[in-house]
Design a protein around this ligand. Structure first.
Ligand SMILES: Nc1ncnc2c1ncn2[C@@H]1O[C@H](COP(=O)(O)OP(=O)(O)OP(=O)(O)O)[C@@H](O)[C@H]1O
Ligand SMILES: [Mg+2]
Length: 448
């Protein structure tokens, strides 16, 4: 599998090479044609690299080999450029210091060096051309748009089985209070962002509020949208209209969409949930909100946003609802719901051995492993549903991967949390993150 950290490392290396060559092209005339060719080749490969991290491609072993080959060439190129830089600098210094005779001999050694370098860069270019054509054979796409701009589409819906949600009563009360307060204060519309890491239960909380009986009474219209990126206001308005009319809108002018929205929403209070927003720019957001305010001028409308990204939350509002972790008791209760039929440990399991009995009584070890993350509790519970004693034992020994070998429960936690890694804004940050992953948990470092 093409390791995403490895892909990030190669990207950083190529970025560094590009900046080195561009500086070199600007500052000296040596080997410029070869260097320009090199820059073109690397830029082409970078476009393929954006595709390497897409989920369909990520798992191909041949892509991993392709990356390794690219890394070798990039390292080789780095060495060549280092040497190149060193020699150019040395020649400059010698020219300043030396007599005219020495300058002539220096010229000849420099010319010999230049042709040697030219040969080396040429051979790197040939290898890069080959790597480029292998990329095409592997079916990699040349993505000019950086991959971080492609946001995950994970469609959610507004339905929820109420008794399943635990430990969020305070959050629900707090958000409802904010909504009621803004109605009292005659505010036309308020935006409440729920922010927190992946799997913390933002969507679950938003669903709880969306389906709350009191909320249903307050808001005549409720709209649930799950769109990762707000770049164009019109498409957001279009989606709201589609959701309200439950009909696909034909391609229409913005003006017509806004008029139709006015027909649907005019004079009615609405709650709009934007679930899982990853990216929004301030201008688009304010344009969007202004348009909504124009469509419906009555007081007491609300937009609820869920997001992992604090900067998204701060773009849409100043008062953020930062979601906290669940208590151990609540995690244990989620775990039990998933692991046992009717949420109760079966007799035969409870009597297996002491450790399991203890765990079934308090869930101690299991809940500690969840770190207050409902997703982890839910996935671990599902993982151990109908499992044998040795698999429970593997969990107790702190090795959920073993327990999940024949299951993809563990993978699903990683997959969900890895999204946050995938959408870090630059390969440098990814590399930095990977660097920290080398240190054991809780280890203290006084330097970075
Ligand atoms: N309070 C809760 N009680 C019971 N289960 C919960 C609770 N919160 C979350 N879960 C469960 O945890 C899982 C993850 O929750 P959810 O999808 O709401 O997280 P999220 O914060 O929206 O994650 P993401 O950032 O990936 O969108 C879901 O399967 C959900 O059922
Ligand atoms: Mg969510």
């Amino acid at each position: 599998m093409a390791d995403p950290v490895f892909a990030a490392t190669v990207k950083v290396l190529l970025d560094k090479l590009l900046s080195l060559t561009i500086k070199e092209i600007n500052s000296s005339r040596d080997c410029n044609e070869d260097l320009e060719m090199f820059t073109q080749n690397v830029s082409l490969i970078q476009a393929f690299l954006h595709d390497v991290e897409t989920p369909q491609v990520e798992k191909q072993q041949s892509v991993e080999q392709w990356l390794r080959r690219l890394e070798r060439v990039a390292e080789n190129a780095e060495n060549v450029f280092d040497r190149f830089k060193y020699e150019s600098l040395k020649t400059k210094v010698m020219n300043i210091r030396n007599s005219p005779m020495k300058k002539v001999s220096g010229f000849f050694t420099h010319t010999a060096f230049k042709s040697k370098m030219s040969r080396k860069i040429n051979s790197i270019n040939k290898e890069l051309t080959a790597i480029n054509s292998v990329a095409k054979d592997l079916g990699l796409h040349s993505l000019i748009v950086p991959s971080r701009k492609i946001f995950p589409i994970r469609e959610t819906d507004s339905l929820v089985v109420a008794p399943d949600v635990v430990g969020r009563d305070l959050d629900v009360a707090e958000i409802k209070e904010k909504i009621l307060k803004m109605r009292e204060e005659d505010v036309v519309m308020c935006t409440i962002p729920i922010v927190g890491m992946g799997g913390l239960g933002k969507t679950t909380l938003a669903k709880r509020i969306y389906n709350d009986e009191h909320i249903k009474q307050i808001f005549e219209k409720r709209i649930w949208l799950c769109l990762p990126e707000m770049s164009e206001t019109k498409s957001f308005l279009e989606q709201i209209l589609e959701s309200l009319t439950e009909r696909k809108t034909e391609v229409q002018r913005r003006d017509i969409i806004v008029k139709k929205l006015q027909d649907e929403l005019g004079g009615k209070n609405y709650l709009l949930v934007l679930d899982d927003l990853w990216c929004v720019d301030s201008t688009s957001w304010h344009e969007f909100v202004d348009t909504l305010r124009g469509i419906n001028t009555s007081i007491g409308n609300c937009i609820l946003v869920t997001t992992r990204m604090k900067r998204v939350a701060s773009t849409v509002a100043t008062d953020l609802h930062i979601l906290g972790k669940l208590t151990e008791d609540h995690c244990w209760s989620i775990f039990k719901q998933k692991a046992f039929v009717d949420g109760r440990a079966p007799e035969e399991l409870a009597s297996m051995d002491n450790k399991i009995v203890k765990m079934c009584q308090g869930g101690n070890k299991i809940v500690k492993m969840c770190h207050g993350l409902p997703l982890a509790a839910s996935v671990l519970g599902g993982l151990l549903h109908n499992k044998e004693k040795h698999e429970w034992q593997a969990i107790l020994d702190g090795n959920p991967i073993v327990a999940g070998e024949d299951d993809n429960g563990e993978n699903s936690i990683k997959k969900i949390l890895k999204l946050s890694y995938d959408y870090l804004p630059s390969p440098h940050l990814k590399k930095c993150f990977a660097y920290f992953a080398m240190f054991p948990k809780d280890s203290k470092r006084s330097y970075v």
